[in-house]
Design a protein around this ligand. Structure first.
Ligand SMILES: Nc1ncnc2c1ncn2[C@@H]1O[C@H](COP(=O)(O)OP(=O)(O)OP(=O)(O)O)[C@@H](O)[C@H]1O
Ligand SMILES: [Mg+2]
Length: 402
């Protein structure tokens, strides 16, 4: 299995992004808000430039910002506003209001800046604009706008005060997430995925992981990062054949081996995150003893054994979870992580199992939660953005030649 970096230069993908070959060469479909027909990356011509993109997405209410405007709202991308950094580049907090554009709601935003030296390129940027610009759901992060000016590529999202699940779950300094909140997070994420899988034109998310699950102040989940999303199989096709991309520890084994992508690959990744929620362990943790480094390999066999299950459950829960709820959630994770994709449940089935688990009123051993309002994790995130860079390197995407 070869691990490669993605191309970093967007000229390679979209040579005409700077200069259209001729006005007639641009084929443009338009998003119509009345009869919604989602457009795909393949509907755009390879010479797509900023203007064509804004015409194509005209019905989606995305704002097109200038680089100067985004500099202004982030105080020139000040390090004091840095929220974190992933493979795409740094993310800064900013603030928008109707002084910037008439009608804009006054609100904080997160501005993601494509780093030219980073591992993700223009294609991922464009994929994200096209998917998130058209998909709207309570469990998907809202894309407010973008900037595509000369070499600048930026994305402007609604700001999520609690950052990512990865930060909240694994950061030692954050208050442990209680059981019922973990189930609420799992359910919200499942609803986001089910929405994608069951859309008129289904979408495979392909990069489901704790760092892409953002959390609102009340722990409402919003999925982010659609740079690797793909249209699902069409007609009689059972899968999409594609280069294997994703994150080590989360990608489904059959997808890594064959490059055949289905919505069941997302279900597997969901199982990994569910297991992270149950155990409080990262999907890959090189700081652990060898046999415990890969969470699925180590913990999956124990999920069906009630006695062993209590050994893998997150010690930070301090026993505050309902036995039955834990067993059901563990059995669900086990099923999602099945090696045979056909044996995995659909995301709708997952929702049905999870729905009752967030209400902690069965034979719970749970005492009273002391649920303090956790500190704003912004500062923690900032201080750890250097560590994050290292993690991102470790999590380099896999590009496997089948
Ligand atoms: N809308 C947002 N609101 C608040 N914080 C955000 C938002 N989007 C991203 N962040 C923060 O920015 C950081 C970087 O996010 P980003 O999605 O670029 O990378 P990542 O998911 O950590 O890694 P990867 O590149 O592998 O997806 C994350 O720690 C996340 O908490
Ligand atoms: Mg991300």
């Amino acid at each position: 299995m070869a691990v490669k970096k993605r191309a970093t230069k967007w000229h390679d993908y979209f040579p005409g992004c700077f200069k259209p070959e001729s006005p007639n060469s641009v084929k443009t479909k338009r998003v119509s808000s009345s009869s919604f027909q989602r457009i795909s990356l393949s509907d755009l011509s390879s010479s797509t430039i900023s203007e064509e993109l804004s015409v194509s997405l005209a019905g989606s209410n995305l704002h097109v910002f200038t680089h100067q405007e985004l500099k202004l709202i982030t105080h020139n991308f000040a390090s004091s506003n840095l929220l974190g950094e992933g493979g795409f580049g740094p993310v800064h907090k900013g603030f928008i209001d109707d002084k910037l554009r008439p009608g804009l709601k006054a609100q904080p935003v997160a501005v993601k800046l494509l780093d030219l030296e980073g591992t993700q390129g223009h294609r991922e940027w464009l994929t994200e604009v096209i998917f998130l610009g058209q998909l709207r759901h309570a469990n998907l992060v809202k894309l407010i706008g973008y900037c595509c000016e000369e070499e600048h590529r930026l994305l402007v999202y609604e700001y999520m005060p609690r950052g990512s699940l990865e930060n909240q779950l694994f950061r030692k300094m954050c208050i442990p997430i209680p059981w019922s909140t973990r189930m609420k997070i799992a359910l919200g994420a499942a609803k986001g995925l089910a929405f994608l899988h069951e859309a008129n034109k289904p979408v495979i998310y392909r990069d489901f992981k704790a760092s892409n699950i953002l959390l609102d102040s009340d722990f409402t989940v919003k999925l982010s990062d659609f740079g690797l999303a793909k249209d699902g199989p069409q007609g009689d096709d059972t899968h999409v054949s594609t280069r294997v991309m994703g994150t080590q520890g989360y990608a489904a084994p059959e997808y890594i081996m064959t490059g055949h992508l289905t919505s069941a690959s997302d279900v597997y990744s969901f199982g990994v995150v569910l297991m992270e929620l149950l155990t409080g362990r990262k999907s890959v943790d090189k700081s652990r003893p060898n046999r415990e480094q890969n969470l699925v390999d180590w913990a999956r066999p124990m999920l069906k054994n009630p006695r062993k299950l209590t050994k893998v459950v997150d010690p930070r829960l301090e026993g505050q979870y309902p036995e039955t709820g834990l067993r059901k959630a563990a059995a669900l994770a086990y099923q999602c992580l099945s090696y045979r994709p056909k044996l995995r449940p659909t995301m709708t089935e997952v929702i049905h199992v999870l729905e009752p688990l967030k209400d902690v009123a069965d034979d719970a051993q749970i005492g009273t939660f002391v649920f303090a309002v956790s500190m704003d994790c912004d500062s923690l995130r900032k201080s750890s953005s250097e560590n994050k860079k290292e993690t991102t390197k470790e999590e380099e995407e896999l590009t496997v030649s089948p």
